[in-house]
Ligand binder design. Structure first.
Ligand code: AMP
Ligand code: MG
Length: 536
């Protein structure tokens, strides 16, 4: 009898671990902290944990891996994705990379608490690398423990999936498990360390290669290995570019610039602030990677950063993300320069970043406003004035755009009071709505309505367009924190509820209206709801 492999069985997954097969390994196999030269990775096993418990899994990611719900709910799934056992075909390792942290070269960083399990080739022939985050120390752990706590793991798990469903390029998350062990963290860096539940997320992406993976090799003068990694990356992740050559390195870098610009425009569209855009946290595929002290804009504020470590400098503030991505690409250009040895084509590629960003930003804003297309003659000013208005008084960005879509443009004469009423739910501090503010908003609304009339779009079509790019539901900081509070008590219901909710962020979900509400007052200053430390 001809038996088909049953993909619901973890042991039947097909692995093709190309990264470790084609790139050089660290010869040392002892798991001690060290500098690793001449290698892209070190072999290391996850540390077993005492009592793993599955908290949640993403059914869409399971599907990508051809895993059935039964497979995800079986005990061996929990054992494998807590690092307690490896299935047939898995080969575990940690990769070596460096990076600029907060603008300064930091030398070797590497997968300090990420352990790769290998690359699955699914039934569609797609390649998906699996990586456990928080599964114990590796040679790259430096002075840290290689572990992760539940609160940061809930945040990474939920946000990866939320971003995916919002249409933002991102690494994915298959599973979230508790280890049954505690991890000591000084959450506020104030000398009060506390035992917290340990957890592990299994991340999934076509590749986890970062800008810093190339930087470390150039910093060490290892051009031969730099070339090997670049060639490998092009052949594996950018096969459409053809055989690697100096010209192809340039088209490759140009594509990285383009993809990064696309990703950043998405971040600005949905109000996502990464919080730690160090070059080791920049994916070569243009994916959002490494969810640490990220946050979601509540009141629109270009200066906002969720990261307590960055409050002074605000390097990674919302409004600075486009410039930082450009700076990071400049560092990547420096890193791959030895492969090209010409400055001009790298500069031209960097110009592609700026151009792509500009064009995509315009298209994105046109979409947010429901316009047919961005008219450079008029819409630049229209957007600038809107963004100034949004920042002028505390205005919830997400709610504002959803409410704006509700305006009925067929009403003549325009009923501005009715529009103010619609928009009023987006304001945090009613006292800030002064007559001056109202008259400035009225002027903007007049322009906007006139602009919509020129397009001649119906209310329905405009609303449809706007609601397709302006989410109703995002992972509001306080919502994630409420889910974490419950999870810390052993109640995972809200993690799963949010996971479900955020699968359809653009849809009206009438019985979930409460999750669309703006940040309540109690959350304004609460840790985890407004600001986060890097402690995770
Ligand atoms: P991040 O700021 O989270 O991107 O981390 C920067 C570097 O520190 C990376 O090399 C991480 O792998 C490493 N790292 C962060 N937290 C830990 C931890 N708890 N244990 C070991 N390494 C860590
Ligand atoms: Mg990182």
């Amino acid at each position: 009898m001809n038996s088909q492999p049953n993909p619901s069985n973890l042991n039947d997954l097909i692995f093709d671990n190309r990264f470790i097969r084609e790139l050089p390994a660290d010869e040392e196999t002892i798991n001690n902290r060290r500098q690793v030269f001449g290698a892209c990775y070190s072999r290391v096993k996850p540390t077993p944990v005492v009592n793993p418990q599955r908290v949640a899994y993403s059914r869409e990611v399971a599907e990508l891996l051809d895993l059935t719900a039964d497979a995800c709910e079986a005990d061996d799934f929990t054992q494998v994705f807590s690092g307690n056992s490896l299935t047939a075909g898995m080969e575990s390792y940690a990769t070596c990379y460096g990076g600029h942290q907060f603008g300064n070269w930091a030398g070797q960083l590497g997968d300090g608490r990420a352990i790769n399990l290998g690359e699955i080739v699914n039934q569609k022939g797609e390649r998906w690398a699996l990586q456990l985050k928080g599964a114990g120390p590796t040679p790259y752990s430096r002075t840290a423990d290689g572990l992760a706590v539940l609160r940061s793991s809930v945040r990474e798990f939920l946000c990866s999936e939320a971003m995916y469903h919002l249409g933002v390029p991102t690494t994915r998350a298959l599973s979230l498990v508790l280890t049954g062990e505690t991890v000591i963290r000084d959450m506020f860096y104030d000398g009060n360390p506390k035992a917290e539940p340990g957890a592990i997320v299994c991340r999934v992406a076509p590749s986890f290669t970062r800008f810093g993976s190339f930087q470390i090799l150039t910093a060490r003068g290892d051009v031969a290995l730099l070339k090997k990694l670049a060639d490998y990356t092009i052949c594996t992740d950018f096969p459409h570019l053809g055989e690697p050559s100096p010209d192809v390195y340039i088209t490759w870098f140009t594509e990285v610039c383009r993809r990064t610009a696309e990703m950043i425009v998405h971040w600005q569209r949905v109000g996502f602030v990464h919080g730690v855009m160090n070059t080791d946290n920049m994916s070569i595929l243009g994916l959002t990677i490494d969810y640490g002290p990220y946050g979601w804009l509540e009141n629109f504020d270009l200066n906002w950063t969720p990261n307590t470590t960055d409050v002074e400098q605000r390097r990674y503030r919302f409004g600075n993300q486009p410039q930082i991505a450009y700076w990071n690409l400049g560092q990547l250009a420096n890193a791959i320069y030895p492969l090209i040895e010409q400055v001009e084509p790298l500069q031209e590629a960097l110009a592609v970043y700026k151009l792509t960003f500009e064009q995509n930003w315009q298209t994105m804003m046109a979409g947010k406003l429901g316009l047919n297309a961005f008219d450079t003659a008029t819409d630049g000013d229209l957007c600038t004035e809107l963004l100034e208005l949004l920042a002028l008084i505390e205005t919830d960005m997400t709610l504002f755009y959803r409410q704006l879509a509700k305006i009925d443009i067929s009403v003549e004469p325009v009923d501005y009071e009715a529009i103010f009423n619609l928009l009023s739910v987006a304001y945090y501090v009613p006292e800030q709505i002064t007559p001056e503010y109202k008259s400035r908003l009225t002027v903007w609304l007049e322009r906007y309505l006139k602009r919509l009339k020129i397009d001649g779009t119906s209310n329905d079509l405009r609303r449809q367009r706007m609601n397709a790019v302006n989410p109703k539901y995002v992972l509001r900081n306080y919502l994630a924190q409420l889910a974490i509070d419950k999870a810390d008590q052993g109640d995972f219901s809200m993690v799963n509820e949010l996971l479900e909710l955020l699968r359809h962020p653009y849809n009206e979900q009438p019985d979930q209206e409460e999750f669309a509400a703006k940040r309540p007052d109690w959350a304004r200053q609460r840790a985890g709801c407004s600001m986060l430390s890097c402690s995770s």
